[in-house]
Design a protein. Structure first.
Length: 372
């Protein structure tokens, strides 16, 4: 049957685009379908502030009128300005194990990126490193992903390599267990760090949420500015990403480190809402929202999604102390395990810290790229 590639334009096309995972993962017990309403909002160029500094295009692959795959591409001015590069991103990649369809979708993204005078094609993502589902899982346990992390068919790795994409960076996920006790030497070290004069590690003040969220954004941009994959966030985009945070997370999981009253670091951890989301299959209505609220109370897993310390304070063990505080609080609230992700594979200091806490480096994700 002939293959055709169609640009996504109409509302019906968007609906078809969002339905592709149901074709591929409909009977997969590990897949977590995203909320369809949230995804429509995310892709709406009038509602998502990401599109104030980025442009994007989406495509569907069809055989004899039936959708067999999808892909998206974007060019983000914020990324290219920060790194002084010409890179376009690809993502939302889902397709049957069909070499012709895979190559045609990837070529559509490549050609579009090249037409914008870009030099590099990088991905997969949704859309960039500032969004969910960044990277392709290539190793470790292929079980249910935690909130915000990708899950994919194993054959995608072959699709990318056949298209000439090569690994640019590996990202790691560490699984942590909150037994409540550390080896004596480790505990003594943490105690000394926490007793350091002038150091305060406090929860976010939810009564001043807007100001505190803005502070976290400033710390994020300052702490991560030289990290591979970093893209600065402006106020509007950060507010969009944090819009549900206040009602969904615990202040004790959102830490700010201060030294002599100066904010020097932060850590953000959220419950693994995928535990509650999975049975909904992407739909909150008519009764999905009630199922979610009931299931949310029984979540026993969490994910630390962001952590950073200003460069001049990185040798004081502040990051170790924030990990400790997070684990201890999680243990007190019945959180039995959690994930720290993603961590750059070559971020040796942080990987050593997580290993020292007894963490298990249990998943590996890969970012691919090629010249266009």
């Amino acid at each position: 049957m002939p293959l055709t590639i169609h640009p996504v334009g109409s509302k019906a096309d968007i609906d078809a685009f969002l339905q592709v995972p149901y074709r591929l993962y409909g009977d997969d017990p590990n897949y977590v379908f995203p909320l369809l309403g949230e995804m429509r909002h995310f892709l709406d160029k009038q509602k998502n502030p990401f599109f104030k500094h980025a442009e994007a295009a989406l495509w569907l692959a069809r055989r004899d009128g039936e959708v067999v795959g999808r892909i998206a591409a974007c060019v983000d001015e914020a990324n290219n300005k920060h790194w002084d590069e010409k890179t376009g991103f690809f993502g939302f990649y889902e397709v049957d194990d069909d070499p012709e369809a895979a190559a045609a979708l990837l070529e559509s993204a490549r050609a579009w990126i090249a037409s914008r005078d870009m030099e590099i094609m990088r991905g997969p993502g949704c859309f960039t490193s500032n969004h969910d589902w960044y990277g392709l899982q290539v190793g470790g346990k292929f079980n249910r992903p935690v909130v915000g992390m990708p899950y994919n068919r194993r054959y995608y790795e072959r699709h990318f390599e056949d298209f000439g994409l090569t690994g640019a960076k590996d990202l790691l996920a560490w699984e942590m267990h909150t037994e409540g006790k550390l080896p004596p030497k480790m505990q003594n070290l943490i105690d000394r760090i926490l007793d350091r004069p002038g150091l305060v590690i406090r929860p976010m003040n939810m009564k001043r949420f807007i100001e505190e969220a803005s502070l976290v954004r400033e710390l994020y941009n300052a702490c991560w500015s030289q990290n591979w994959g970093f893209i600065p966030l402006d106020d509007a985009e950060f507010a969009y990403m944090a819009k549900d945070m206040k009602s969904m997370v615990d202040a004790e999981f959102m830490l700010i480190a201060e030294m002599e009253g100066k904010p020097v670091g932060f850590s953000l951890t959220i419950p693994d809402f995928n535990q509650a989301m999975q049975p909904l299959r992407g739909k909150l209505w008519p009764f999905g929202w009630l199922k979610f609220l009931l299931a949310k109370r029984r979540i026993q897993y969490a994910r630390t999604i962001l952590m950073g310390v200003l460069p001049e304070f990185r040798k004081l063990g502040i990051d170790m102390a924030m990990v400790y505080r997070t684990m201890q609080y999680g243990f007190s609230k019945g959180i039995t395990s959690g994930e720290c992700s993603w961590i750059l594979a070559d971020n040796k200091p942080m990987n050593r810290i997580l290993e020292g806490y007894g963490g298990d480096c249990y998943k590996t994700y890969r970012i691919y790229e090629r010249e266009v």
